[in-house]
Each structure stands twice: as structure tokens, then as C-alpha cells.
Design a protein around this ligand. Structure first.
Ligand code: CP
Ligand code: NVA
Length: 303
């Protein structure tokens, strides 16, 4: 039984297979030659807000022949204290796969363990693997290949998106630079466990020097709202703006997983100048997640 819970659990060959399938799904949209989810129902259980992840999964499941059921976690018994392992054992008897957005990574791990159906992490406090697989696809589309590229993440380098980037760097041979204040650097034990070419820096200009990609995410992730005032103050020097972009390669791409808070992690001008790539990133969630679904059920399109 395959799951997608963390980038850490994927091999370079798994990632290669998913990225290849994403390319094919993008090329053949509307002319899919097979419907690997035909007759299947996949459930989405979300404890946090979502626009891109929810819509791209629901549309993707339909395009692969399946049916999706969206459950707001607060409206099912899980929200009133029913255990994850019991919810998993019930749903595992009724549906064919689960896509979960929640707080603790342990909850998706536990759901996968007890449900006996393929389970996808659609964002936890610890990781956002679907986002990073989509972004790897976008970078490949634009730059051709990943080895030898320099990707600079600027902002909260301990957040879920940054952690998934760290695990991706360890698998795919690109250089990852993280620019963040000390309190938003990833834990040393996580870096040691991941391996790969990952450098942590406090100076965003040094981190951006010569980069192919400058990437950011919100400064206040879902669930961290109580820390907003402190975060906005401490992360202020880590905004992606034209002055920072000038430190990177002249053709560098600016990427953002969205939603964006303009004037915080990115300024309006830089966002608009890079809007084509940023919205390609958003669109590619659909193609990459169709590839993830097909990979999980053992039906990725042949190359
Ligand atoms: N990037 C992303 O996951 O967006 P949503 O929160 O809208 O799903
Ligand atoms: N780090 C952000 C990602 C949003 C897609 C959050 O967890 O809110």
C-alpha cells in the first residue's frame, strides 16, 4: 500500500515517475487515455482552509474517473473527539483513498496506518509534499533539470513548505539555501537527518546571490496566528522585493506557493512581475496531483 505522507519517504525514482506523469497529464488534459480512479470514491478531510489543494484534488479526481467527497473535519465526528484511528477504520471500509489536511503529521501517519487505503498528506504543520512535487514540476518545465540549480527559500524556513523543500534537496541534487532569522531556521537534527546540499543563512542577500529560483511562503502559517505580531516584525527583513531579486541571476524566477500576503513576504511589484510563473505553479497542482493519485494506485501513464 503506497501513501504520500512526506517527501522524505520518496526515492528519487518515485519523484521522477511522478514528475514524468505530471508532464503527461498536463499535455493530455481532456484527452486522458485511461481513468485509473474509475468507480472509486476518494475522501478529503480538511481541518484547515484551502483553495488550491482542495479544488485541484477534487477536479483531478473527477478527471481520473473518480468521485470525491469533501469533509470539513469540524463537521464530522472527528471534530467532536472521535479518534483518528476509528475514523480511519470506518472510512477505510467505504472509500478508496484519503486526502488529509490537518495540524499534526502524526494524524496522517495514524490514518494511513489504520485505514488500509492510500493516504495523502495535503498539508500538516510539518510538511506539504504535494506543493513541493508540483513546484519541482514547474521548475523542470521552466529550467529543464534540477541538478546544479540553486533554489533559495526566504522567510519562515522552519515551516511545512520549507521542510518539504529540505527533503526534496536531499533526493534530487539541487542546492537549497534557506534565509531566515535564527528563530525560524529548521532544527539542526532535521537537517542532519535529511542530508543533501542545504545551507542555512541569516542574510537573504547572501542566500539569493546567483540563485536560479527565489521562493517564499506566508510568514504566518495556518495555526500560528497567535504569533502574528512577532512573526511580522522578525521576518520583515526577509521580504522578496526588487532589491533582493537583483542579487539573484538576471533570469531568476520568483515562486510563491500562495496564498500571498503582499507587502509582507513579497511586494506587489515583484509578485506581479512573476505572476505568470506563480500562477503556473498554482495550475500545476492539478497536473502533479493527478500524477500522485495515479502513482498511488499503480497506474501512472506510460512514458
Ligand atoms: N498552496 C496551497 O496549498 O494553497 P491552499 O492552502 O489554497 O490549498
Ligand atoms: N505554510 C503555509 C502554507 C500554505 C499553503 C501554511 O501552513 O499555512
Amino acid at each position: 500500500m503506497k501513501h504520500l505522507l512526506s517527501i522524505e519517504q520518496l526515492t528519487a525514482s518515485d519523484i521522477g515517475e511522478i514528475l514524468q506523469a505530471a508532464r503527461q497529464y498536463k499535455q493530455s488534459r481532456g484527452r486522458e487515455s485511461s481513468l485509473p480512479l474509475q468507480g472509486q470514491t476518494w475522501v478529503l478531510i480538511f481541518s484547515k482552509s484551502s483553495t488550491r489543494t482542495r479544488v485541484s484534488f477534487q477536479v483531478g479526481i473527477r478527471e481520473l474517473g473518480g468521485y470525491s467527497l469533501f469533509l470539513n473535519a469540524s463537521e464530522i465526528q472527528l471534530g467532536r473527539g472521535e479518534q483518528v484511528k476509528d475514523t480511519a477504520r470506518v472510512l477505510g471500509r467505504m472509500v478508496h483513498g484519503a486526502i488529509i489536511r490537518t495540524f499534526a503529521q502524526l494524524e496522517v501517519v495514524e490514518f494511513a496506518r489504520h485505514s488500509a487505503i492510500p493516504t495523502i498528506n495535503a498539508l500538516t504543520d510539518e510538511e506539504h509534499p504535494c506543493q513541493i512535487l508540483s513546484d519541482l514540476f514547474t521548475i523542470q518545465e521552466q529550467l529543464g533539470s534540477l541538478p546544479g540549480k540553486v533554489i533559495t527559500f526566504v522567510g519562515d524556513a522552519a515551516c511545512n513548505v520549507a521542510v518539504s523543500w529540505i527533503f526534496a534537496a536531499a533526493r534530487l541534487g539541487f542546492e537549497l539555501r534557506l534565509a531566515a532569522p535564527p528563530e525560524f531556521q529548521p532544527p539542526p537534527e532535521l537537517l542532519a537527518r535529511a542530508g543533501g546540499r542545504v545551507t542555512c543563512l541569516e542574510d537573504p542577500r547572501e542566500a539569493a546571490a546567483g540563485a536560479h529560483v527565489i521562493y517564499t511562503d506566508v510568514w504566518v502559517s495556518m495555526g500560528k496566528e497567535a504569533e502574528s505580531a512577532d512573526r511580522l516584525k522578525v521576518l520583515r527583513p526577509y521580504q522578496i522585493n526588487q532589491s533582493l531579486v537583483r542579487c539573484a541571476r538576471p533570469e531568476a524566477m520568483v515562486m510563491h506557493c500562495l496564498p500571498a500576503y503582499k507587502g509582507q513576504e513579497i511586494d506587489e511589484e515583484t509578485f506581479e512581475k512573476n505572476a505568470r510563473i506563480i500562477f503556473d505553479q498554482a495550475e500545476n497542482r492539478l497536473h502533479a496531483q493527478k500524477a500522485i493519485l495515479a502513482w498511488l494506485v499503480g497506474a501512472a501513464p506510460a512514458s
